[in-house]
Design a protein around this ligand. Structure first.
Ligand code: ZN
Length: 210
């Protein structure tokens, strides 16, 4: 997903739940996952290449770090962990066919709106056809260069990241479903974390907003 959408999703999901320092620290860690060094060899950060098991393991690992960091009075570490896991969760909807499989549950004439999407539908999360885009390097890298994209796309398979990604609205209306699923799930995971914290830790994590 493009950085500006990661940023917008975080704001939509968390602006009323955390203070400014927390939001900026979460944002910095979230956007940091898309540096070149974090792109290559880290499918689990972005749910690329069908790395579903590794991706959720990574998310759970980051979740676990948060109460530990807060117990040691280190809110910055906790915010960074949440930033990293929120990036993965947001990319899950943008890089997989979750939205497509979810929409298939409904007849075309009764198509739900993007804001109706259920981001944690267990039947879809365990669906035998759940897939995420494969990165076919080096061709894939060239598809990111606007002038070359038109020439490279026909050479890439249909299960490539280039075809499957919902990284921006130019990918079609499914992007808007991925976006709303990402907002809802980011917020849900944050609220879930708050339940695991005591009052003092919650205050530290949210800058006394919750
Ligand atoms: Zn990413």
């Amino acid at each position: 997903m493009k950085l500006k959408y990661h940023r917008q999703i975080l704001r939509a999901a968390l602006a009323d739940l955390v203070g400014r320092d927390a939001l900026l620290a979460i944002e910095a860690a979230n956007l940091g996952q898309d540096t070149l060094l974090n792109q290559i060899g880290h499918d689990e950060y972005h749910f690329d290449n069908n790395a579903f098991r590794a991706g959720w393991r990574y998310v759970r690992g980051q979740m676990r770090q948060i109460p530990d960091a807060l117990r040691r009075d280190r809110p910055r570490e906790a915010w960074a962990a949440f930033g990293r896991l929120s990036h993965a969760v947001q990319d899950f909807y943008a890089h997989s066919n979750y939205v497509q499989l979810w929409l298939q549950k409904f007849p075309r004439r009764r198509r739900p709106r993007p804001t109706d999407i259920e981001p944690a539908d267990f039947r879809i999360l365990r669906h035998a056809w759940l897939r995420s885009g494969r990165l076919y390097y080096p061709l894939e890298a060239l598809s990111f260069i606007p002038g070359l994209r038109r020439l490279i796309m026909p050479l890439l398979p249909r299960d490539s990241h280039a075809y499957m990604n919902l990284d921006g609205p130019e990918q079609g209306e499914h992007f808007f479903y991925a976006y709303q699923a990402a907002v809802k799930q980011t917020r849900r995971m944050f609220l879930l974390l708050l339940l695991r914290l005591n009052r003092r830790e919650r205050g530290l994590f949210t800058e006394n907003r919750v």
